[in-house]
Design a protein around this ligand. Structure first.
Ligand SMILES: [Zn+2]
Length: 150
């Protein structure tokens, strides 16, 4: 089965048209090639996102998961291949950690999230927040190192 594109007016197979629920034959009136050439193609994508919120959510989750897996794999691979550099990084990082993660610094980090006065912070909270900061910094540094060595 074929139909003609409303833009380039060429007769094409149905496969050549973007799927579109609202159209009679389930396909949009414009062929894929023309959609791709259209400077306003984000308009089509926007419409599609609007019509398929569940699919968008699934795609987003999938993308996030894939990227997380990829990053973790890359970090692991890098650690395995660069044990010496990792040691240097850790040493450097441990030094920096003791330099920057003072109680006051950690307290202000807690405050920016929880909006509570320092007097209400427990040592446990400070400990947890410090660990969290350490971890995210180490991860950031590792990611940078991975990017540089690639
Ligand atoms: Zn066309």
């Amino acid at each position: 089965m074929t139909k003609s594109c409303s833009k380039c007016e060429k007769e094409k197979e149905l496969d050549e048209f973007v799927k579109h629920k609202k159209c009679k034959d389930g396909r949009a009136g414009v062929c894929k090639k023309c959609v791709n050439l259209d400077p306003n193609k984000s308009k089509y994508h926007k419409q599609w996102r609007k019509n398929n919120p569940d699919k968008v959510k699934k795609l987003r989750n999938k993308w996030a998961k894939n990227n997380r897996d990829k990053t973790q794999k890359a970090v692991k691979r890098w650690l395995k291949n660069n044990p010496e550099r990792y040691k240097v990084l850790t040493k450097k990082y441990n030094k920096k950690r003791s330099e920057t993660l003072h109680d006051d610094y950690v307290k202000s980090a807690i405050q920016s999230v929880l909006k509570i006065p320092c007097s209400e912070m427990t040592p446990e909270m400070i400990h947890v927040k410090r660990e969290q900061l350490m971890f995210s910094r180490a991860l950031k540094e590792l990611r940078r190192a991975v990017n540089e060595s690639n």
